[in-house]
Structure formats: structure tokens, C-alpha cells
Design a protein around this ligand. Structure first.
Ligand code: BES
Ligand code: MN
Ligand code: ZN
Length: 507
């Protein structure tokens, strides 16, 4: 989809469809909506008076102009109550509009910048949010379908029409950023949605290589031999049962810039989690392809950092492997020697995410980073604790955690802090090794965090558990937003991390 911006009055636009808005409770609309109402002889006022149009959030009315203005159709979208309005409402209404426009079979439309100047939002933020909401809502995953029952129309063109010509550069800049970010979320969703025999460790590595080529990143892929040389015994232990070769992916933006702050992002790239010898139940096994979502987010975030040319040295680390049972698989009671030198007793081969991340976190040390953030579909316990509404957030550095919370608020990718306490170390103390990989059921999300913290040494570190937020099932309760899929991969984490990096670069 192409997004452009122009200066002008939307009621004078020649377009198949133009989009304006209405706050809830407004009886006589002003601005562009008011101008169109006048041109249509008070049609919108009539709709409001009759109660057919209320301005409720995401409410839509499609009007036919019959030559009264150059546009064929007007879509009025409800913004909800003005006092409740915020950036995420902009994304939400933009997505609602986009889905309806596509359903109408319209390929090109124009919109005003909903919310610019309201609730403290700049037109730049608002246009970014519209681009994001629009593109995210239009996502579908059709790669493995021979036919689609949803219709084949794709929207080709969206034009922002800004009344104040002086603000046009900001509208354009916001739209561009929003588009780049949303397309990165698409990449993540694609990778997560793909079947596990497509999205293998090799395929993730190949994707990283291609991103490096397209966006000027540095890419290095370690194979199992190289991992063994380094001593990545935890990652290799998990990989042992699989026929798919494991990969350790390193993707860097501004690799040569010693002058910039270094941020390492590490993502769990477990391309299929059967549980291994501690085999999961067969019911619902198809969901375990999503276990590489953290890794997919890291790749997409590096893509974004490259395209937006963020003034930071950003390092993406993705330990990628399957977790399968076989005659060669690692076993409960095995002891693995991790890259950090710490030995790990295996209680459950299904607690594999923390093992592959342990080696990634130890590897991160060599960059002497200002911060390390890891993302992982790490624990079912996180889903028990927070449901599907928020990711779990933990960290060793209050400042870093605060930055992530702020980015979480800006992007509405909710993350909620959980405690990282030394007392939990008791639960992962091993009789035979330095640490064990499971602390049992109580506090499963925070003992997993405590485990990771033993390997995240020598730098400020934070961890996001995205187990509950990375995938939406049809009948589950999750944040109702037009721009989230039902069902499918959300791509959660990309927008949050990109915001975190952009804020860091600005500070
Ligand atoms: N990948 C799972 C966690 C998960 C759960 C992801 C739900 C997405 C949705 C992880 O590898 C796992 O199996 N964790 C175990 C740990 C336990 C054995 C200590 C779990 O949460 O049950
Ligand atoms: Mn597991
Ligand atoms: Zn897992």
C-alpha cells in the first residue's frame, strides 16, 4: 500500500471515498465534517439527530454524496468520548476504517489526520498511528491458502489530506514511520504464522541474511560447530533432539559505530516446542509453532532500526532451534554447561526457552551494552498471571524497566512489571549443578525471570514474557482492537521495542 500526504481541504478531494470523524455527543459537527455536512445539505446533522450516528468509538456511517462534493462516498468514523481519546484510539479507528474500505472494494481513499491536535497528540504522532492502524488491520496470512473467501481486493493507496500546509512535512514523516513499523509487524506475523517446517532455524537465519542485505545490517550466523567451539552447551542441549540444525543469529545495525550506545535485543527462536522428552500433551500441539515469536520480533526490530537509521548500535541475537524428543534428545536430569560457565540441571526439557536464552544473554556480554532486553514466549505461568492482555516485564535496572513501561504506554502494547527477587533463587537451586531449569509451579513466571537473571550479568537487563500476548485465538479474551488479528500472530513487541529505541536515541 502506498501512503502519501497533501495539503488541502478534504471536502474538495476527488476520491472514491473520503474519511472524516465525529466525537461522541457532538450534535453539530465542525471542521471538515461540518463542511461536508453543509455541502450535503445537513445530512450528517440529520443522522445525528435521528440517533443513527452517535460518534461512538469505531462506529461507521457511509454516505453517498451524489455529486454534492467531488468525492463519491463519505465515511464518518466515531472517535468515542473526547475525554477518553488517546493515541491508541487513533490506531483503532484507522483500522476499523481500513477494513470497511477494503470490504467495500474501494482501492484508494483519502483521510484527514484523526486526532491531530487533540488530547495532546501532534499531527506527526497521529499520522503515524493512522498508518500503523491501517496497515496492521489489513494484514492477512494467505500464503498457504489456494483460495481466499475474504475477497481479493487490496487497498492500493491512502492519502492524508492536511488542512494546514505547514504541517505537511510532519504528516509525511509520521506516516512513513508508521508504515515502516507496521510492515515490520507484518514480517513478524508472517514468521510466526508460518508452519514450523517452513519457519525453521535455517529459514530464520536466511531471513536475517536477507534483511541485512536489504537494509545495510551486519549479519553473522553461527552453526552448531561454531556454537560448540564457543561453549553454548545450553542451546546445543536443547537442539540435540532435532534433525533441524540449530542456528545462532546475530544481526547488527551500526555495527562499526563505537561512538553510539549499544542495545542488545535477544529473542527466543524456538521454532517448534514439543516439550522434548518432557513431552507436551497432544491437544493443542499445533500452537507450539509460535515459540519463535521473540526471535521474529528481534529480526523485525532490527529491520526497522536499519530503515529508520536510528542513531544507536543495535544488536539482535536469536538462538534458533526446535525442541523435539528423539533417541538423541537431552533428558531430564542431564546437566548442561552453558556459555556463562554455569552448569544447569535439567528438570524439564520443556523449560527450554530459558536455556537457549541463557547462552544468548551470556553472549551479549561481549558487546558491553548499555542495555539488554530479551523477549520470549517463556512461560505458561505468565498467561495464568496476566491472561492475554499484557506481557510480563521484569528487569535488574529500574531505569530500563521505566523506559520499557513508557514505550509500552505509547504503543498500547501493554507490559506489566513482575518482581525479580533474589529469594526466588531458592526455588531454582540444584543439588547437582549450579542451577536447575525449573522451579516448579509456584511463581512460574518469576522463577523463569530469576533463572535468566543469573545469565544476564554485567549490564542493565530487562525481560518481556510474551507467551500470552503473541497469539490470539478466536474465542479468547484479548484487547479488542481493529488492528489485531482474530485469530493469528499479533507481532507484539515490535512496536514497543522500536518505540523504546527511538526514545532512547532521542534522550
Ligand atoms: N514455550 C513454552 C511457554 C508458553 C506457554 C508459550 C504458553 C506460549 C504459551 C515454554 O517453553 C514452556 O513450555 N514452559 C513451561 C515451563 C515449565 C516446564 C517450567 C511451562 O510454562 O509450562
Ligand atoms: Mn517448552
Ligand atoms: Zn518454549
Amino acid at each position: 500500500m502506498e501512503i502519501t500526504a497533501k495539503a488541502g481541504q478534504i471536502q474538495q478531494e476527488e476520491a472514491a471515498l473520503i474519511v472524516v470523524n465525529l466525537f461522541q455527543g457532538v450534535k453539530t459537527p465542525g471542521g471538515a465534517t461540518g463542511a461536508i455536512d453543509k455541502a450535503l445539505g445537513g445530512l450528517i446533522t440529520d443522522l445525528i439527530a435521528s440517533g443513527d450516528l452517535t460518534g461512538k468509538l469505531n462506529e461507521l456511517a457511509v454516505l453517498y454524496t451524489r455529486g454534492a462534493i467531488p468525492a463519491q462516498r463519505v465515511m464518518v468514523v466515531g472517535l468515542g468520548k473526547e475525554e477518553e481519546f488517546d493515541l491508541d484510539k487513533v490506531r483503532d479507528v484507522a483500522g476499523t476504517v481500513a477494513r470497511k474500505v477494503r470490504q467495500l472494494g474501494v482501492r484508494s481513499y483519502s483521510t484527514i489526520v484523526h486526532g491531530g491536535g487533540k488530547a495532546g497528540l501532534s499531527v506527526k504522532m497521529a499520522s503515524q498511528a493512522i498508518a500503523e492502524g491501517t496497515i496492521l488491520a489489513l494484514y492477512r496470512f494467505l500464503e498457504h491458502k489456494s483460495t481466499s473467501d475474504e475477497g481479493e481486493t487490496e487497498i492500493e493507496q491512502l492519502t492524508f489530506v492536511e488542512f494546514d500546509a505547514g504541517k505537511l512535512p510532519q504528516v509525511e514523516a509520521g506516516a512513513r514511520v508508521g508504515q515502516v513499523i507496521a510492515e515490520s509487524v507484518w514480517l513478524t506475523r508472517d514468521l510466526v504464522n508460518h508452519p514450523p517446517s517452513v519457519a525453521t532455524p535455517t529459514m530464520l537465519a536466511q531471513t536475517a541474511r536477507q534483511l541485512a542485505e536489504e537494509h545495510g545490517l551486519r549479519c553473522q550466523i553461527l552453526d552448531e560447530e561454531q556454537m560448540a567451539e564457543l561453549g553454548m552447551g545450553a542451546l546445543l542441549g536443547v537442539a540435540q533432539g532435532s534433525q533441524e540444525p540449530a542456528r545462532f543469529i546475530i544481526l547488527e545495525h551500526n555495527a562499526d559505530r563505537k561512538d553510539l550506545d549499544t542495545i542488545v535485543l535477544a529473542g527466543k527462536g524456538l521454532t517448534f516446542d514439543s516439550g522434548g522428552i518432557s513431552l507436551k500433551q497432544s491437544k493443542g500441539m499445533e500452537q507450539w509453532k509460535i515459540d519463535m515469536a521473540g526471535g521474529a520480533v528481534v529480526l523485525a526490530t532490527l529491520r526497522t532500526a536499519g530503515i529508520l537509521n536510528l542513531p544507536l548500535h543495535v544488536v539482535g541475537l536469536v538462538p534458533a532451534t526446535e525442541n523435539l524428543p528423539s533417541g538423541k534428545a537431552y533428558k531430564p536430569s542431564d546437566v548442561l554447561r552453558s556459555l556463562s560457565g554455569q552448569t544447569i540441571e535439567i528438570i524439564s526439557t520443556d523449560a527450554e526457552g530459558r536455556l537457549i536464552l541463557a547462552d544468548a544473554l551470556a553472549y551479549a556480554q561481549r558487546y558491553e551494552p548499555q542495555a539488554v532486553v530479551d523477549l520470549a514466549t517463556l512461560t505458561g505461568a505468565c498467561v495464568v498471571a496476566l491472561g492475554h492482555m499484557a506481557s510480563g516485564l521484569m528487569g535488574t535496572d529500574a531505569e530500563l524497566v521505566t523506559r520499557l513501561k513508557r514505550a509500552s504506554q505509547t504503543t498500547a502494547e501493554l507490559a506489566w512489571e513482575l518482581p525479580l527477587l533474589k529469594d526466588y533463587y531458592q526455588q531454582i537451586k540444584s543439588e547437582v549443578a549450579d542451577v536447575k531449569n525449573s522451579g516448579g509451579r509456584p511463581g512460574g513466571v518469576v522463577t523463569a525471570g530469576a533463572f535468566l537473571s543469573k545469565f544476564a550479568q554485567g549490564y542493565p537487563w530487562a525481560h518481556l514474557d510474551i507467551a500470552g500476548t503473541t497469539w490470539i485465538e478466536r474465542d479468547k479474551l484479548y484487547p479488542r482492537r481493529s488492528y489485531l488479528p482474530t485469530p493469528g500472530a499479533t507481532g507484539v513487541g515490535v512496536r514497543l521495542l522500536v518505540q523504546f529505541l527511538r526514545d532512547w536515541a532521542q534522550a
